[in-house]
Design a protein around this ligand. Structure first.
Ligand code: ADP
Ligand code: MG
Length: 404
């Protein structure tokens, strides 16, 4: 191990009184923007008080040799060498945990928010549960069960359409349960969805940016009713207020403020348009970007340095016409003179054919790939109110593919 990592691990263990007695730090497994995560062994783990693991242990348990059930040993079973509990003890598998050391620079409200939401989500299958957490002055650590997973970059290019369907079904099941509790994750991306290609199971982690839906929101135009919208859009088109010569120099319009938390390349259009009333649908867009990544075999698919570039990338796909309509939903006008942004953009079908080098060969997409594209169109729908929900997604034929 790297000496710096070793040093950090030492420091963490010595700064927390008691941590050393309970956990043995093994290695660093992740380093994010807000934390460092270590794999550790739980030294005091007693699987007899742990209901979810005992079943697994029981399956593996084989009865002790017959001789232990002789008349004299039955009375002393609690102490006998063949005592089933001791038998288990000897074969006990180490219990691993992930220790998430949250950077001390994170705001206390942010840390509290993450721990509170994880607490609310306990019992939610496919969300990594919080075992416990500790604080020592300004340092907070969260203890989570360790979940074995592979690096997305190692397997996404090898995924068949069926594998992709199974991966996304696991992700959308997690989203459906999080969203049913009116919680937005806000940072859906491969590193926050730990997936094990062998068991084809995944868990959602990292609720550091998550929030409750509808809290602290100012109404946004995209939530107005159909009639009001129609009138407003008609007026907007009639008296277009867009500046003639590009970006206005003395912009007197009030600036818009909206939560923009998330990761570049995965931000939904309503976040880029600074919608003030964001919903759980923004996670669906990000999940759609993961699907686009897998189908196109390109990671990262979007590679923007800032929100303007992100807007350009999305606009290149969707075209000016649809971008204008999407902007209008949130009361924004979309104007550009960039020549690569056409009027109508490109279909995902064409993009996938291009990026997998099939457009010159005259090849077309398979029936299963077409089903995946249909699902992708429903996830990467510019209008959040028309975008598919996680619950609806679970009934889509693409996500049902792996069930047969
Ligand atoms: P951050 O807020 O810093 O992004 P995350 O919660 O996303 O922190 O964790 C960072 C990384 O640590 C993850 O991408 C993953 O590789 C690893 N990790 C986090 N939680 C677990 C866990 N329960 N089991 C295994 N690895 C984990
Ligand atoms: Mg993360």
């Amino acid at each position: 191990i790297d000496v710096n990592i070793q040093h950090d691990m030492e420091k963490l263990q010595s700064s927390f009184s008691g941590l050393r007695h309970r956990y043995r730090l093994i290695k660093r497994i992740g380093e994010g923007t807000f934390s460092t995560v270590y794999k550790a062994e739980d030294l005091q783990y007693d699987h007899f008080d742990n209901s979810w693991d005992i079943e697994k242990e029981n399956e593996k348990w084989t009865p002790p040799p017959l001789k232990s059930f002789t008349s004299q040993s039955t009375t002393t079973l609690g102490l006998a060498a063949e005592d089933p509990s001791q038998h288990l003890q000897r074969r006990r598998k180490p219990k691993y945990v992930a220790i998430k050391k949250i950077y001390v620079t994170s705001s206390p409200t942010r840390i509290l928010n993450e721990l509170e939401l994880l607490h609310d989500l306990r019992g939610c299958s496919s969300v990594c549960p919080l075992i416990t957490s500790f604080r020592q002055t300004d340092q907070v650590v969260a203890i989570l069960p360790y979940f074995r997973h592979a690096d997305f970059r190692e397997y996404f290019r090898k995924m068949t359409v069926r594998d992709t369907s199974i991966y996304l079904r696991s992700l959308f099941s997690a989203l459906a349960s999080v969203h049913s509790r009116n919680i937005l994750h806000r940072d859906i991306k491969p590193t926050n969805f730990l997936y094990d290609p062998l068991t084809q199971r995944g868990v959602l982690v990292d609720f550091g940016l998550a929030e409750r839906e509808g809290l602290d929101c100012k109404p946004c135009l995209c939530h107005e009713d159909a009639l009001m919208r129609k009138t407003r859009l008609r007026n907007a088109v009639m008296g277009s207020t867009a500046p003639a010569g590009g970006y206005p120099k003395q912009d007197t319009r009030p600036s818009r403020r909206a939560n923009r938390a998330g990761t570049r390349g995965f931000r939904a259009p309503e976040v880029l348009f600074k919608c003030t009333e964001q919903t759980t649908k923004l996670d669906i867009w990000s999940a759609g970007v993961i699907l686009l990544t897998i189908l196109s075999r390109r990671f990262p698919f979007f590679n923007s340095a800032d929100d303007v570039e992100a807007m350009i990338e999305i606009a290149t796909i969707f075209g000016q016409k649809r971008m204008k309509a999407a902007g209008q939903l949130h009361g924004c006008s979309f104007e550009t003179t960039i020549p690569t942004i056409g009027t109508f953009g490109f279909s995902f079908e064409r993009i996938v054919l291009w990026s997998t080098c099939r457009s010159d060969t005259g090849e077309t997409l398979s029936k299963d790939e077409k089903l995946a594209i249909d699902f992708l169109n429903k996830c990467m729908e510019l209008d959040p109110s028309r975008r598919i929900s996680a619950q609806e997604a679970l009934s889509h034929d693409f996500l049902r593919m792996g069930l047969e």
